[in-house]
Design a protein around this ligand. Structure first.
Ligand SMILES: [Zn+2]
Ligand SMILES: [Zn+2]
Length: 369
């Protein structure tokens, strides 16, 4: 089921509620041509999607919604990065809408080549381990049903590039600690002088707003790739906080909507689309405080685990050098409860968890120097 919230005329936020796998979908925007003059890009007068990744019924729900609302079908999709939860079903968008995909240049190979994922995310060593490769392929192709896209349907952009239309400016903002081409997106609506910030996959992933107005934690920031440096990640979170201060609405790929806008956001379709109204009187943890807390909690958790296995925090390098000690930390289920993960997916999850731990250990080590 696809939930749709109308942010303002011609700007809709989309969220797929149920999915076949936690890595299967990403929330994003549908922007209609009332915001986009047909002469802005030659061929297309169609709508624009941003950061949307949906299973087949989700794309079909967009089609139905556009037809019912007499909105031109989407013809362009701007991707924020190419992690599997943002790229797995994009080939279906191309097929169903004959659409064109705009992908950040540093990551485009993920959607053009079957082995692009390993090169872009610098994890070619994964290819040397048959069990790990079986697990990765099972997840990517059999569960998520990923497919590559032909080159003529893909255009690249540089993180930071601006897509300028008559009544809306779509500004991409590099937040590249999460992945090498990862961008947030600032939508500047000229007519209303209002601004929306989508911080994409940065880690603002609250699961819901409870009845008492409190919000429920999600997983938090994902820093489980080799290139990630947690100090840089925290810088990106601080950068996103500054950008949000200038905006009325904050959205993300996997979380709820935050708003301090006076006009209500209208839920047009579906349920489980949570909106948290930010009022000056209610003191809640800010979005950036949430993301930094989630990182900090894991750091504490890893420090406690080092104590349990008898490693002094001044000897963190020993864990980084030892397969046996790393194995002990992996057995502690610091990030994933491995009992719940289907056996064939387990090697892939262990691989990601290993890098989450390594990046936290490197962060602890860097702070000691
Ligand atoms: Zn994501
Ligand atoms: Zn991501």
């Amino acid at each position: 089921m696809l939930s749709i919230a109308k942010i303002t005329d011609g700007v809709f936020f989309l969220k797929q509620n149920k999915s076949i796998h936690p890595l299967s979908t990403s929330n994003g925007f549908l922007i209609t041509p009332s915001q986009i003059p047909s002469n802005s890009i030659t061929k297309e007068a169609g709508s624009v999607l941003i950061d949307v990744n949906l299973e087949e019924d989700g794309w079909l729900a967009i089609k139905k919604f556009c037809e019912e609302q007499r909105i031109p079908l989407p013809s362009r999709l701007i991707m924020t990065h190419c992690h599997l939860d943002h790229s797995s079903h994009v080939h279906l968008f191309v097929k169903l809408f004959d659409g064109v995909v705009y992908a950040p240049e540093p990551e485009v190979k993920v959607i053009l080549e079957h082995d692009g994922f390993f090169h872009v995310y610098q994890i070619t060593e994964m290819m040397e381990f048959p069990t790990l490769m079986d697990s990765y392929r099972h997840l990517k192709y059999e569960i998520l049903k990923f497919n590559i896209i032909s080159e003529e349907k893909v255009t690249t952009f540089k993180p930071g590039e601006v897509f300028d239309f008559k009544t809306i400016r779509i500004q991409t903002i590099p937040l590249t600690a999460h992945s090498p081409g990862h961008v947030g997106v600032k939508l500047i609506l000229q007519k209303e002088a209002s601004k929306i910030f989508h911080n994409s996959c940065l880690g603002l992933d609250h699961l819901k707003v409870n009845k008492d107005g409190t919000i429920k934690d999600g997983f938090g920031p994902w820093y489980g790739f080799k290139h990630t440096n947690i100090a840089d990640y925290i810088e990106d979170i601080n950068k996103s906080e500054v950008i949000f201060k200038d905006c009325q609405i904050l959205t993300s790929s996997h979380g709820i909507i935050f708003t301090n806008k006076k006009n209500p956001i209208e839920i047009v379709q579906g349920e489980r689309l949570f909106i948290k109204k930010l009022t000056p009187r209610e003191k809640i943890e800010s979005p950036s405080e949430y993301m930094k807390r989630k990182i900090h909690e894991k750091e504490q958790c890893i420090k406690n685990s080092l104590d349990k296995i008898g490693i002094n925090k001044n000897n963190v390098q020993a864990v980084l050098n030892s397969t046996e000690l790393m194995g002990k930390l992996l057995d502690m289920d610091l990030y994933f409860s491995k009992k719940r993960i289907p056996p064939r997916q387990l090697p892939a999850y262990k691989f990601w968890e290993r890098y989450l731990i390594i990046n936290q250990l490197k962060h602890i080590l860097a702070k000691l120097i």
